[in-house]
Design a protein around this ligand. Structure first.
Ligand code: ATP
Ligand code: MG
Length: 261
């Protein structure tokens, strides 16, 4: 469904992505992991059109989309939930969610249908519809951000560090939403520093380092890879760059197990 081939991109002062190859098949959940600065968010940005690749190819359903405008990429069914969280705190939950339907704003019937669907999938949107988004907990905000991106009924959802800063309850909620996306047949590309959580939710895993993909495989194979296990899941868990910021290793017994809902 989505294919990146030898993608090179950066921010002016040299390349951050140095030839990235990546594929997401339809109805899979791919978890992209790697240290800070590896280029994970940059991969999502080139896919969603926020950054134009200088080399390489990005294809959706075989059609080149690299360098297309973000709204055109959205129309093709790719929606991103960015790492820096961007709800409008003084607006209501429902108003924030409706902004996700900007591209279909003229079709009031469709907009209403989508809002109803999103409320069914994420009950918080109905329960807190009139509350200011700024009054929600971190986990609730993350759900509203995901709800907002679902207004366009995307086929591919790009999620950047959805677990960041969340308490265990928030983590469980986000995990459930990702699983629900998978069950609904939505393809997900998930960036997660909480490696255990991310690979636990995913069908496939991709490890990036220094702007390149170092390893790909099924989530289980990546998780069980001895090098990955020692780097990301074992000995170096105390290194803060490998763990969720919300859960310093000293505060909990296990810094990254998928929470049980
Ligand atoms: N807007 C920007 N302008 C200039 N450089 C940037 C910008 N965004 C990211 N970078 C640089 O690009 C590199 C990769 O950043 P990116 O955000 O893709 O990494 P990441 O893997 O998502 O890291 P993290 O785990 O910290 O989120 C870093 O060296 C970063 O400093
Ligand atoms: Mg990032």
């Amino acid at each position: 469904m989505l294919q990146l081939k030898a993608v090179v991109a950066g921010y002016g002062g040299g390349s951050v992505l140095r030839g990235v190859d990546l594929e997401c098949a339809e109805r899979t959940i791919t978890c992209l992991v790697g240290p800070n600065g590896a280029g994970k968010s940059t991969v999502l940005r080139v896919i969603s059109g926020l950054l134009v690749p200088t080399e390489g190819e990005i294809r959706m359903d075989g059609e080149p989309i690299g360098g297309r405008a973000p709204d055109e990429i959205l129309r093709r069914g790719i929606a991103q939930v960015p790492q820096s969280h961007a709800l409008f705190p003084a607006m209501s939950v429902q108003e924030n969610v409706l902004m996700g339907g900007y591209l279909i704003r003229r079709d009031k019937k469709l907009l209403r249908e989508r809002l109803d669907q999103v409320k069914q999938r994420l009950p918080i949107v109905a329960e807190r519809a009139r509350d200011h988004a700024g009054n929600l907990s971190g986990g609730q905000r993350r759900m509203v951000e995901i709800a907002r991106c679902l207004m366009l009924d995307p086929r591919l959802v790009l999620l950047d560090e959805p677990s960041l800063g969340l308490d265990p309850r928030g983590l469980a909620g986000v995990a459930e939403v990702v699983q629900d996306l998978g069950r609904a047949g939505t393809t997900v590309l998930l960036v997660e520093q909480n490696v255990r959580l991310g690979l636990g939710l995913a069908t496939h895993g991709v490890v990036m380092e220094g702007g390149k993909v170092r390893l790909t495989g099924t989530a289980a194979a990546v998780r069980d890879n001895p090098e990955i296990a020692s780097l990301y899941l074992g000995g170096k868990v105390g290194d803060p760059s490998w763990t969720s910021e919300s859960r310093p290793p000293s505060s909990t017994g296990d810094p990254g197990s998928p929470p049980t809902a």
